[in-house]
Write a protein that binds this ligand. Structure first.
Ligand code: ATP
Length: 310
């Protein structure tokens, strides 16, 4: 069966400069339906600028945006009705309850369906907050209310700018669950930014690493896991024998044979001498034997260079 996965958003060499300084430069990305994209970069990398351009809150200096297959200023205006955005701060009125805030936004945006208010409050876990005013909400509750506001029009693409910023680990986990639910139950595409790769790790299905306004790397979660999975890399003349020795003498199948016949062993990281002893006993001549795999932080630094704040 040929399943056509639609491009929800495409940018082509998107550029925005302020006084000849590039906030983003030549950014070309494409977002596919039903996936969660983590936009990762240090402060000032250009994440908010990119999101504002897509949302139509500012205009590009150069380059194009295509939304749901349409491009051009007029068409984008129409297609942007299919977006939900939480960019910078949630626009929440402190003296109103969660429900009153949702009603206000629903009316401003001309959304007739009144039931959506309760539906979204329940969806983000604020169904029980009742008469409590938004100014008395925790940061996590405010962020979830901001997400509920962004969801009022049942968007197909949800754009969230650092929604986990300042949240404690439980708050981060709440947002993570919420995003996965949106993706699974509504097949929503989500673009979420963060300066913290570990915080977004495993939430997103794809990662776009931005630095100094430029895309440095785009990779899937499994590619990221592969880069960050600690292992012992072993090269030898007899890879088939090595695989069999790992299974029969070291009782592990937790290894992978790479296309060049190197073997990545994910066990025995703390007892490498046991591995090397068994290899010698079985007359395996090793040409390479070393630790590999980055921490998420090391990986991020290897892409963007310098010190990080992840
Ligand atoms: P943060 O994590 O701190 O929010 P960010 O990755 O979202 O950072 P942006 O806010 O997009 O980064 O900023 C990218 C660069 O563009 C920064 O150097 C910023 O100073 C600059 N910039 C953004 N908006 C403007 C503006 N309106 N006028 C001038 N410079 C701007």
């Amino acid at each position: 069966m040929n399943i056509l996965i639609k491009n929800v958003l495409k940018t082509n060499k998107l550029t925005k400069s302020y006084n000849n300084i590039y906030a983003i430069n030549d950014v070309s990305i494409s977002l596919k339906e039903g996936r969660i994209y983590g936009l990762i970069g240090r402060n000032g990398a250009g994440k908010t600028t990119l999101m504002r351009l897509v949302a139509g809150l500012s205009f590009p200096t150069k380059g194009d945006i295509e939304l749901f297959g349409y491009t051009g200023r007029k068409a984008l205006e129409v297609e942007r009705k299919r977006l939900g955005c939480l960019i910078e701060y949630p626009s929440v009125v402190g003296n109103m309850t969660a429900k009153e805030n949702l009603k206000l936004h629903r009316i401003i945006r001309g959304i007739p369906n009144q039931e959506i208010e309760d539906e979204m409050l329940n969806f983000v876990g604020l169904g029980e907050v009742g008469k409590k005013k938004a100014k008395d909400f925790s940061l996590g509750m405010k962020q979830r209310l901001g997400i509920a506001i962004a969801l009022l029009n049942n968007p197909e693409l949800l754009i969230l700018d650092e929604p986990t910023n300042g949240l404690d680990p439980l708050g981060v986990a709440d947002i993570r669950r919420l995003l996965k639910k949106l993706c699974e139950e509504k097949n929503m595409t989500i673009l979420i930014s963060s300066h913290n790769l570990p915080e977004l790790y495993q939430t997103a299905t794809d990662y776009i690493i931005l630095d100094k306004g430029e895309v440095k790397k785009i990779l899937t979660l499994s590619e990221l896991e592969e880069c960050c999975n600690q292992h012992i890399l072993i090269s030898c003349e007899q890879p088939e024998l090595l695989a069999s020795v790992l299974e029969t003498k070291l009782n592990t199948t937790n290894y992978k044979v790479m296309p060049n016949k190197d073997i990545k062993l994910y066990d025995y990281l703390d007892s490498k001498e046991t591995v090397s002893k068994v290899l010698i006993e079985n007359n395996i001549v090793v040409t390479k034997f070393k630790d590999e795999g980055d921490t998420l932080e090391d990986f991020f630094i290897s892409i963007v260079g310098g010190a990080s704040n992840v």
